[in-house]
Design a protein around this ligand. Sequence first.
Ligand code: UDP
Length: 452
Amino acid sequence: MTGLEERRHATALTGPPPRLRTRGAPRRPRRVAMLSVHTSPLHQPGTGDAGGMNVYIVELAKRLATLDIEVEIFTRATSAALPPSVELAPGVLVRHVAAGPYEGLAKEDLPAQLCAFTHGLTRVWAGHHPGHYDLVHSHYWLSGHVGRLAAERWGVPLVHAMHTMAKVKNASLAQGDTPEPAARVIGETQVVRAADRLIANTEKEAGELLRHYDAETGRVAVVHPGVDLQRFRPDARGVEAGRSAARSRLGLPQDALIPLFVGRVQPLKAPDVLLRAVARLLQERPWLRERLVVPVVGGPSGSGLARPEGLQKLAARLGISDVVLFRPPVGQDRLADWYRAASVLVMPSHSESFGLVAVEAQACGTPVIAAEVGGLPVAVRDGVSGILVRGHDPADYARAMYGFADDPARRTRMSEAALRHARSFGWATAAAATADVYKAALHDHRLARRIS
Ligand code: UDP
């Protein structure tokens, strides 16, 4: 990737730091305290509270460590049996903090445990010299609250990533979804105010931070997430041969049309829209039934947890149980095979801060049909590496799927473009851009301390 392309994928809205002199050149932090209170980087993504943010933290931390920035990730201990710390990779440590009862706490119960978490974090800090961590990077608003207290106490800058925002989520709720509470909106607003830098996944998210949360333009930076191109890649024999081999390994028919869903099964991701679109497809092209398989890979999450069997019931009501395969979440190496085997990945999401699965599928040579929401117009090149659909009418998704059923050459064309598009995302680029954001945050923070 050229320097220009890299910059395009990591556009800092921050602009250059102010032209005041400080002692020495702006430097990167040596050690970052990364906070992920509500979900652990060691959890299996694709179910419950574990998803893209977990993958993001793991991949980012590993790449930051290769830039000589050590990362300690603090997360809530969810079992008494967990060791106090685990080495995730060289230079990356996961620390378990006891805060509240181990098992059985829902994300909604966590605000009451933030004080205990902050106490646990501070105890770890107190066991080192005061400058042990020179920056706090928090993920999601719950961590942001802990982060703002820790950063103030330690005299270091706070960098925060929202991942999702209550105001944005509430504006695009799926039917049956519970709105995010006012307390979260207030909490997010406080974190935005306290953060020295906010990292947004896309320009669109940056705009939402400015518009909905009154963030200061100079404090918002855009860093596109990446994809692990070593893991998510076509088979060495090529996309077509690899698809055939992956289908054999997964026990899927060679000649089937396979629209794939991957992710947490929750109303916001709209797997129901995919099932309704499949029912429609079969109504209009009944002969496809013999050669249609619709895998849904992932576990229940959020309000989907309350009724995990809801989607199975819907498939039965629609009369398509025979073509839908429900599969529990799988490790990412196995997931790469599902992407390789699929004809197309379908993401009818109501809201998506970025949509890592879209880039992972494309990196395996599989085009994507996605709703035109959130970060998906960045993750998918409309009409080139996939198709973006406006709204959530199942008829529109059925029509987009016909395209792949009726015109195999189209898949081949889009598959090549998908590979090219996915290659423009990389975690190394994301980590380098994040390190620059850290540098700017440290610079401004030092300056502010000298002035005050
Ligand atoms: N994932 C996984 N196994 C599964 C399903 C999903 O490892 O069975 C991972 C997937 O590779 C992706 C992440 O979960 O990296 C989901 O991220 P995405 O941004 O698509 O959605 P989010 O969970 O953040 O809403």
